[in-house]
Design a protein around this ligand. Structure first.
Ligand code: UD1
Ligand code: CA
Length: 455
């Protein structure tokens, strides 16, 4: 089947009711644009080609989808869904099946598309339908006395009786390309909106002796299109609910599944505990026995077995070893690598930092562009001064170094293995192994000193 499938995704519409500068299909659902969700589902069918029909903001959309292998058809003026499909015809193989999807129906499942394709052959077309609680605004499916689909009527053209019908057209249809090419040019625009409706193809197919089959999809969510921000938010919640359920069924404990957001591609082991308001973005891998406190944001990172991330921490582009402890209120920035059992405490920021196993940066520190060995202790308030206003420089700290509180390490600088830096020092010169470095003004106590009094 797959070698003979050509997919067409309609995405030329402006999305007026979104009231947004961003073209509708680029609005995000679970961190990915709606059209990317649709493309990903189409790819699951292993098609010969995917053609995107674009109009409004075509260039911008094309640019955002550069990572896919797609064909693009331009629909200069949006004259209706049939006219949109017509623009893609030059890309369709006469011997193939065409599957028409909508760029703004993002939760469609590959399984439903597969079922639809199974009931389409060279002498028949098929339409994906859904029974909706509230069908208003959508095209209704009209069936004959034998229950066969005989037509679709748009809401704006429907009689009061037809508006009562709850079975709607999802817009998703499959055709043999050869027949599609014959039927499309026959569609007229004599309707309430003066548009070329793809839905009119049903009557043309029947008149031409073809069969019109239908399949219904699993849920309303799957069939739901997005026309405004309310519908987008509703689908976002449905997506998150599905994702939370899928995780819990694999043994992940979510303190409140309603307050969990996945905006990427995640891989979470069983026996992981996630507290409320945690956001996972991009590619996130979490191994077993990890515990994540409330209000954490984790983006493109790996957390190995047994690590604990405490409340209000943000981790991005980082790799965290086993049994580490992070936060509360820690910020782990890109390029951070924590070896096993390292500890990052409150109000600590790290960036491009390799932190050796068992090392501790417990309070109020900034560690950037740093190689830090094993068993190091960085005292409260100590920072690496990695930037001279123009260039960045590296700090190297050996195993078992002790940096006293409130020290400034001015890079480039090396503090060798086992060295100690006294509290409050500003270190500008390398410190050799085992040495104590002190660079603070000596304390002087003035005897008999009197505080000034008010005149
Ligand atoms: C369409 C269907 C309706 C169905 C509903 C499901 C028709 C005539 N109506 O109505 O039966 O219930 O979808 O959501 O087909 N598009 C273009 N170019 C155009 C017009 C539309 O690319 O000239 C694209 C839009 O970007 C969108 C899709 O086609 O992705 C649907 O268009 P829209 O205007 O939203 O159609 P509806 O009126 O919702
Ligand atoms: Ca629509």
């Amino acid at each position: 089947m797959s070698a003979k499938l050509d997919v067409v995704i309609l995405a030329a519409g402006k999305g007026t009711r979104m009231y947004s500068k961003t073209p509708k299909v680029l609005h995000k659902l679970a961190g990915r644009s709606m059209v990317e969700h649709v493309i990903d589902r189409a790819l699951e069918l292993d098609p010969r080609s995917i053609t995107l029909v674009l109009g409004h903001e075509a260039e911008l959309i094309e640019k955002q989808l550069g990572h896919y292998d797609l064909k693009y058809a331009l629909q200069q003026e949006q004259k209706g869904t049939a006219h949109a499909v017509e623009q893609a015809l030059p890309y369709l193989d006469d011997e193939a099946m065409a599957l028409v999807l909508y760029g703004d129906v993002p939760m469609i499942e590959a399984q439903s598309l597969q079922k639809l394709l199974v009931c389409t052959d060279k002498d028949s077309m098929a339409v994906l339908t859904c029974v909706m609680n509230d069908p208003s605004g959508l095209g209704r499916i009209l069936r004959d006395e034998k229950g066969k689909v005989k037509a679709i009527v748009e809401e704006k053209d429907a009689s009061a009786e037809q508006k009562v019908i709850a079975e709607i057209n999802t817009g998703i249809m499959a055709f043999p390309v050869k027949r599609l090419k014959a039927w499309l040019p026959l569609i007229k625009n004599n309707n309430a909106q003066n548009e070329y409706y793809l839905t009119d193809i049903i009557e043309l197919a029947l008149a031409d002796g073809a069969a019109v089959n239908s399949q219904s999809c699993n849920s309303e969510t799957e069939a739901s299109g997005v026309n405004n921000m309310v519908q987008l938010a509703t689908l976002e919640r449905a997506y998150q609910q599905n994702k939370a359920r899928e995780l819990m069924l694999k043994g992940v404990s979510l303190r409140d599944p309603k307050r969990f957001d996945c905006r990427g591609d995640i891989d979470i082991a069983g026996d992981v505990k996630i507290d409320i308001n945690v956001i996972l973005e991009g590619k996130v891998i979490i191994e077993e026995d990890v515990v994540i406190g409330p209000n954490c944001v984790l983006k493109n990172c790996t957390l190995k077995k047994g690590t604990q991330v405490m409340a209000n921490s943000v981790i991005e582009d980082a790799e965290i070893g086993q049994h580490c402890s992070i936060g509360p209120f820690a910020r782990i920035r890109p390029g951070t690598l924590l070896e096993d059992e390292a500890k990052i405490g409150n109000f600590v920021e790290t960036k491009k930092a390799h932190i050796g196993s068992g090392s501790k940066v417990n309070h109020l520190s900034y560690i950037g562009d740093t190689e830090l060995g094993k068993g190091v202790n960085i005292g409260a308030g100590s920072i690496t001064c990695n930037y001279d206003g123009v260039n960045k420089f590296k700090t190297i700290i050996g195993d078992n170094v002790f940096i006293g509180s409130n020290s400034a390490l001015v890079a480039p600088v090396t503090v060798a293995q086992g060295a100690t830096v006294g509290a409050g020092s500003t270190i500008t010169k390398d410190v050799a192994s085992g040495e104590l470095a002190l660079s603070r003004v000596k304390q002087s106590n003035i005897k008999g000193w009197k505080r000034p009094t008010k005149k």
